[in-house]
Each structure stands twice: as C-alpha cells, then as structure tokens.
Design a protein around this ligand. Structure first.
Ligand code: URP
Ligand code: ZN
Ligand code: ZN
Length: 462
C-alpha cells in the first residue's frame, strides 16, 4: 500500500511525504514514491500519526465483587476506534508466583484486537518474590507497578519499594508507582463513615492531594537512594508536578504520566447526582491542578498521557447492547449507599486521542508533535517498544492512523465503543478524529466500520 500526499506528524516534526507499507511494516518514507502495483491511498488534506500507545489500562480487572466492564477484546476494539493500536495492561499478582500470574493473564489477554503488553502489579513482597522478579524479563515483562496506598490489599512498605527499586536497577527494569498516602486515607475513611458521610464526594475528601504530593516526593527520594529510575503513574495534583521538577533538578531519573480526566474534571463532579461516574483513584482535584498538569505537559515535565482505562457501568442493573447482544455487568451502583464500595475507575481508552486533539492541539496548549510524543512515541520509548511502536519510520510496524483534522463530532457514548453505559465527554464538540486505523498494515477501523477481530493483537515482549 502506498499512502500518497499526506502530512506526517511525528514526535519531532511535521512534513509532507508518501509512505510505502509492505506486509506488516513501513518500508519507505519519501517524496513522490513510485511503486508498481501498489494499492494507492490518497491522504490529501489528512494527517498521518503513529498508532497511539496507551501505557495504562485495566481490562477485565476484578474489583469490589465485579469486574471492569471492558475485557481484552472489547477494550482493545474501543482503543482501535480511538486510534490506539498498542495498550499496556496490568497483571494482577493473584497466584502464588509471578510466573503463574503472568500465565493466567496471558490466557485472558489472547483475545486482544490490537497489540498488547503488561506491567506486573507487585503487590506482595518477600525473599522468594524478590528472587523471582528478574525472571519476568524472560516473560517479556520489564515493568513493576507498586502502590503506597490500598493498605492490606496492594500496598508495599517503603522498605519493600526500596528493595524492588534496587532489583529494577540491577536488571534493567522500571518501577511505576501509584502515589497516595494509604495510612491517612484509611483514617479519613473511618472518620467519614463514622460520621455518616457516605456520598461520592467523600471519595475525594478522604484522599487529599497532599498525600499524592508527599508520596510522589517519597517515591523520588526512594529512587534517588536506590540510584534507580522511577515512573509516577496518573499524576493528578499540581504539587506532584512540582515534586517531579524538584527531584529531576537534583538528578533523580523520574518520569511522569497523567491521564485526560485529571486535565478536565475536578472534585466538584462528585457532587453531581451522577457523581459516581467520576470515581477513580486518585481522585480529580481542582481547576488549578488541571492547569498545572497542562503546563507540565507543555513544558516537558510530564512525559506521557495514559488513560488508566478501568470502566464500570454507571447502572449495572440495566443492560446495554454490545455487538447485537444485551450485556449487564454490576458497576457503580454497588456503592449507592457507601462511597467506599463504588468500583474505582473510568472509561477512556477510546476517548484519549480525539479529546486531547481538540482540547490540546486545537486550543494551542500542545503542538501536534507534542501530542504524538505524549500519546505514542514517549510511552513506546519508556516501555521498551520503540521503534517498533510509536514511530513513523522504515522498519516500524505499520500502525498508522489517518487523521481527519477537520472532522467535527458531537462526542459521547454512541461514538466511543467502550463497553459501558456512559461517557465522561458526553456532548463535547470535537474537531479532529481518526478516519482509518491500520494495525501492522491491516485496516481495522474504516470510519465507523469495524474490520478488526478478536485475537488479531500480538503480545509484545519488552
Ligand atoms: O481508579 C482506578 N484508577 N482504578 C484502577 C486501579 C489503579 O489504581 O490504577
Ligand atoms: Zn493506580
Ligand atoms: Zn491504574
């Protein structure tokens, strides 16, 4: 296939060129390419972006007696419709060994429709586990997520995080950290429930920004003392951006990710009658935090935008239609009388690129090149997928998005293909939208037409 007359947008430049795709790879990029017998795709007035790389999604994740409502097929199909052709999920450490947990996840993930990898949730730690960590590399997994919150469930002690960082350093791996203060959160939740505060807004009130800021600095300090790099997931508070700068100015190798929800919404959303739709951890903060995160993206303090896609139905007692069948999955209504029982997480994997194009590039907050860097190239580089992914280069996988920068869409649940009953961006007027999406040279999305299928995605060993 020869794509003619397009404007290519990479992480560093924008230029007119033709792209030749042979099999699954980009084979040439150049001016006025002439190739006999090639199928020609004229992309005049369109942009070409490398397929999005979402470094943070939770598919088929058990939580609070239910499960996140997109599995590895439906979530990756939604990703594809939004222009994302690679996702990185998380392996729950739910078996006796890391290997058994990975093997179990591999079976669930096989139905993916786009390419995929996983981070390992390191939610227990002892000498045996420490000894097993390096073997994750042979399973293609080089990243470990640790938590400073969710006491007695997912959290590791500071000492164990420090030990994990040293193992990471010695084995060319990377620790990712969820930064909140689990001890303070537990006390505030007890106080709230004891005083009959059960409404969704108490989710944010019991998880203060100071906890996120303090835990981010603590993570940077642990990384500095272990002489290891670290990646902070889902940055949500202005002070976290300041801590990243503080640590980096002192030589700490810290990288950071934020998510669209932290750029647009605030804790006020939780006071709406349907506030449970916005429950995720960490919670959304204030307008000042939104602004500081945008600045952090524009000035290079923050490296990536993932989604933390972890959808639940708003009303899981009512079915929705999905691929012609009714489906019902218990969701946010589980916590209608108690905010601590509302499953934590939001839909977003399909929304990310179109929403950020309009609000970031369209508004002038980000350049088109920064947009590509943040949503594709940087995650591919940080997580060991570049230049196979995140690149428009000869030899890269032909994961190509033909982007129509003029297309206007009144966005919402009807467009997003995420398997849930609501969308955070309902009614938003978007300008700029994916028109065609190719996964390794195969057309999988053509406008509103789905041409992909389950199991088309390949596991990406990193
Ligand atoms: O609310 C969220 N983010 N759910 C997913 C789990 C996590 O902590 O990332
Ligand atoms: Zn997290
Ligand atoms: Zn997450």
């Amino acid at each position: 296939m020869l794509i003619k007359n397009a404007t290519l947008i990479t992480a560093s430049e924008s230029f007119m060129a033709d792209i030749l795709v042979e099999g699954e790879k980009i084979s040439q990029i150049g001016q006025n390419l002439q190739v006999e017998n090639a199928d020609i795709l004229d992309a005049t007035s369109k942009l070409i972006l490398p397929g999005g790389v979402d470094p943070h999604v939770h598919l088929d994740l058990p939580m609070f007696g239910t499960v996140s409502s997109d599995d590895h097929y439906t979530g990756t199909k939604a990703a594809a419709f939004g222009g994302t052709t690679t996702i990185i999920d998380f392996v729950s450490f739910d078996s006796p060994t890391l290997r058994e947990s990975v093997d179990k996840w591999r079976v669930k993930a096989e139905k993916a429709a786009v390419d995929y990898s996983a981070h390992m949730n390191l939610t227990r730690f002892d000498e045996k586990i420490a000894a097993e960590i390096p073997s994750l590399r042979e399973m293609g997994i080089t990243t470990l997520k640790v938590f400073t919150a969710y006491n007695d469930r997912l959290r590791l002690s500071d000492g164990d995080i420090f030990r994990a960082l040293r193992i990471e350093r010695d084995n060319g791996m990377l620790v990712m950290l969820h930064a909140e203060n689990g001890d303070v959160i537990d006390q505030l939740i007890t106080d709230a429930l004891n005083t009959d505060h059960w409404q969704p807004e108490w989710h944010a009130r019991t998880r203060p920004a100071w906890g996120a800021v303090e835990a981010t600095l603590r993570a940077c300090a642990l990384a500095a003392q272990a002489d290891a790099p670290i990646y902070i997931v889902h940055l949500n508070a202005a002070g976290e951006v300041d801590m990243l700068r503080y640590a980096r100015e002192r030589g700490v190798q810290v990288m950071g990710e934020t998510c669209p929800q932290y750029l647009f919404f605030t804790e006020d959303e939780l006071r709406r009658p349907d506030g449970a739709k916005w429950i995720c951890s960490p919670p959304m903060r204030t307008v000042a935090d939104n602004q500081r995160l945008w600045e952090g993206l524009a000035d290079g303090t923050i490296q990536t935008i993932g989604t933390d896609h972890c959808p639940f139905f708003y009303d899981g007692t009512k079915p929705i239609m999905y691929e012609g069948k009714e489906i019902t999955i218990p969701g946010k209504e589980l916590g209608k009388d108690d905010f601590t029982k509302i499953p934590n997480g939001l839909p977003g994997v399909g929304d990310r690129l179109a929403v950020l194009w309009t609000t970031g590039v369209g508004s002038g907050k980000l350049t088109a090149n920064q947009f590509v860097a943040l949503t594709s190239t940087n995650p591919a580089k940080i997580f060991g997928l570049y230049p196979r992914k995140g690149a428009l280069l000869p030899g890269a996988d032909a994961d190509i998005v033909i982007w129509d920068p003029q297309k206007k869409v009144k966005y919402g649940v009807a467009h997003s293909h995420q398997r849930t009953d609501y969308n955070l961006y309902e009614g938003w007027e978007l300008v700029g939208y994916p028109e065609k999406v190719f996964l390794r040279g195969k057309l999988i999305v053509d406008g509103e037409k789905w041409l992909g299928k389950a199991r088309m995605g390949e596991f990406l060993p990193r």
